[in-house]
Structure formats: C-alpha cells, structure tokens
Design a binder for this molecule. Structure first.
Ligand SMILES: [Zn+2]
Ligand SMILES: [Zn+2]
Length: 250
C-alpha cells in the first residue's frame, strides 16, 4: 500500500494544500479532495482518470472543494479524449444530498459519459476490490456527521482521522495501525476547537498502539512550533511531519 499526501494543510494556508490523500492498493482512490490538492495530484504523476473511488470524511470545504474542477475535467475527458472508469463517491450522511445537487445542477455535470454512484456509510466495513475499508464516526463538529477511515490491504493497515478530536471512534480506527494520519491542526500550547493539537495526536497514537504517526492538516499557527516534539512527549513510536507530495510505503 502506498499513501501520497496531496494536502497537509487546511482551507487557506500559504504553503500547503488543504486535506487530500491518494491511496494506491489494488485500486487507486482518494480520501478527501480539498482545495489545491488537484494540482498536487497532477504533480504526483498519477493518471487522475484511473481514480475510481473518492472517500470523503465530511463536508467542510477544505475537504471536498477540488471535486468540482476534477469532475468538470473528467466529464470533458470522457467526452473528447478517452474512456473513463465509473466513479463511486463515498461519504457520511449528507453525501447524497450534496453530490446529488452538484451532479444535477452544475452545468455539464449531468452529461457525464461514465456512471457515478453515491454511497453513504456510517460505522461499517466495505470493500473496494481487495481493499478492506472501515468507516467510523468521529467527533469534530456538532450537527455534522464526520468519518474517519481505516484501510487494510496486503497485511498493512492505514488509519485516517479526517478532522477529529480525541474520541473512542478515533481510537478504534487507529488500533494497532501501521500508520495513522491524524488531524494536527494546532500546536499543544495553542489549542483550538473541534480538532486535535499535537499532544492529542501523540496520545491517540500511544493509546491505540500505532506504529507510525503522521501529523497533518496543519493550520498556519502549527508551523511556528515543533509539533513532532510535542507529539513525541506522549508517543514513543515513529513520528513524521506530513508535507505535500510526501509518499509513505506500508
Ligand atoms: Zn472540518
Ligand atoms: Zn479540515
């Protein structure tokens, strides 16, 4: 399994794209698709027309906005350039409503010459090819259903928090994972609402028995502090500070 970080920042960050991750198993899929991650997907050398599934954690704009230019391009490609695989969009409650509106109202989207399936999931497991995926509800924003994902393939496990605070759902997702990509929005000494700080990330990784902690989803305030050192006070495994276009092999 290979993970490429397409975006390690948040909505408006001067140097990082917002949330987006490319995962390569027997399939090629995305977890979140925030602003500026589409350009990093192109820079990564990946054929974007081979992406068959997009898993969304929740619908704050920093996690899905690049779907719009991506899909517009996919429609054009399938019409004028070459065949495109069918696409499956997976996400929390609200996915059908949001993407139903987009696919029916954004000009051109309704004429796509490939099929798009929209699936809502909550606290259950499913497969994409031979890749086993578990979605779990995590605590992030009141009244908004938010998911994290656990991906298993080839004997390895990758966990992704989406946006999350410390919670039982997140601990279950991360349990004994080979790598966990966690929402490290803030440094420990400047915490904020709805997200973890670096110390929380270390705590989750330690309690869940994660092998490698990958810190990501940085707000600009996190740049001025040593978040790896802060997480390392709570976690004695390997810590990586995520950056755009970094690839991790599991
Ligand atoms: Zn969010
Ligand atoms: Zn976010």
């Amino acid at each position: 399994m290979r993970l490429t970080i397409l975006g390690s920042g948040t909505n408006v960050h001067p140097a990082r794209a917002a949330a987006g991750y490319l995962v390569r198993t027997d399939r090629l899929f995305l977890m979140d698709f925030g602003p500026r991650t589409l350009m990093n997907l192109i820079k990564s050398g990946t054929d974007r027309h081979r992406i068959t599934h997009i898993l969304f954690s929740h619908f704050h704009a920093d996690h899905f906005a690049d779907f719009i230019p991506f899909f517009f391009d996919a429609v054009y490609h399938a019409k004028h350039v070459g065949r495109r695989e069918d696409l499956t969009i997976i996400g929390p409650r609200g996915t059908k409503r949001l993407f139903g509106v987009m696919l029916h109202t954004v000009p051109g989207f309704g004429t796509a010459q490939f099929h798009t399936t929209i699936r809502e999931v909550a606290d259950r497991s499913f497969r994409i090819g031979k890749t086993h995926i578990t979605a779990r509800t995590v605590a992030h924003s009141p009244r908004l259903h938010c998911l994290g994902y656990r991906v298993r393939y080839g004997g390895k496990t990758l966990a992704y928090s989406g946006d999350a605070m410390y919670c039982d759902g997140l601990l279950a997702l991360c349990r004994k994972a080979d790598a966990a990509v966690l929402d490290c929005s803030f440094p420990e000494n400047r915490p904020g609402p709805g997200h973890m700080h670096a110390g929380d990330c270390g705590r989750v990784a330690q309690e869940a028995g994660v092998k490698r902690l990958i810190l990501s989803h940085f707000y600009p305030i996190a740049e001025s502090r040593d978040v790896a050192r802060q997480a390392g006070r709570r976690f004695d495994g390997r810590i990586t500070v995520g950056r755009d276009l970094m690839t991790v092999r599991l």
